[in-house]
Design a protein. Structure first.
Length: 116
C-alpha cells in the first residue's frame, strides 16, 4: 500500500510542477514548499511537529480546522525552499511521507505558490 500511496504523490508532484511551468512560474528561483500534515488527535499531531522540529525542519504552529463533514482535525505545515525540480521535490515528499507514517499522522501532500 505504501508504494501505491507514494506513486500517487509522485503523480501529484509531476502534475503540479508541470502545471506551474506551463503557467509561466519562474523556474530560476526557489519555491516555498508547504508540506501538510493532519490528525484528529492533537497530542499525536503535536508529537509529530516536535519530531520535525528536532530534525531541524521549519514548522508552522498547529491549527484546528473543520472538515466538510463537520469533523475536527488538527494540522500543521513543514516549510522548505526548493528549486522547482520534480526529482528534488519528490525526494523531499518521500521523506515527509515517511515522517508522517512514523509519527502516525496523515500526510496531506504539498503545495507551493506561483513565482514571478
Amino acid at each position: 500500500m505504501i508504494d501505491e500511496e507514494l506513486q500517487q504523490w509522485q503523480e501529484h508532484t509531476n502534475n503540479l510542477v508541470n502545471t506551474l511551468i506551463e503557467d509561466g512560474t519562474n523556474e530560476e528561483v526557489h519555491h516555498t514548499i508547504e508540506h501538510h500534515f493532519s490528525s484528529s488527535d492533537f497530542d499525536v499531531l503535536e508529537k509529530a511537529a516536535i519530531a520535525a522540529f528536532k530534525m531541524g525542519l521549519e514548522i508552522e504552529d498547529p491549527e484546528e480546522a473543520e472538515l466538510e463533514n463537520g469533523d475536527k482535525v488538527f494540522a500543521f505545515d513543514i516549510i522548505t525552499e526548493q528549486p522547482l525540480d520534480e526529482e528534488i521535490i519528490f525526494e523531499e515528499t518521500t521523506k515527509m511521507f515517511e515522517l508522517a507514517k512514523q509519527c502516525k499522522v496523515d500526510y496531506d501532500g504539498w503545495g507551493t505558490y506561483f513565482e514571478e
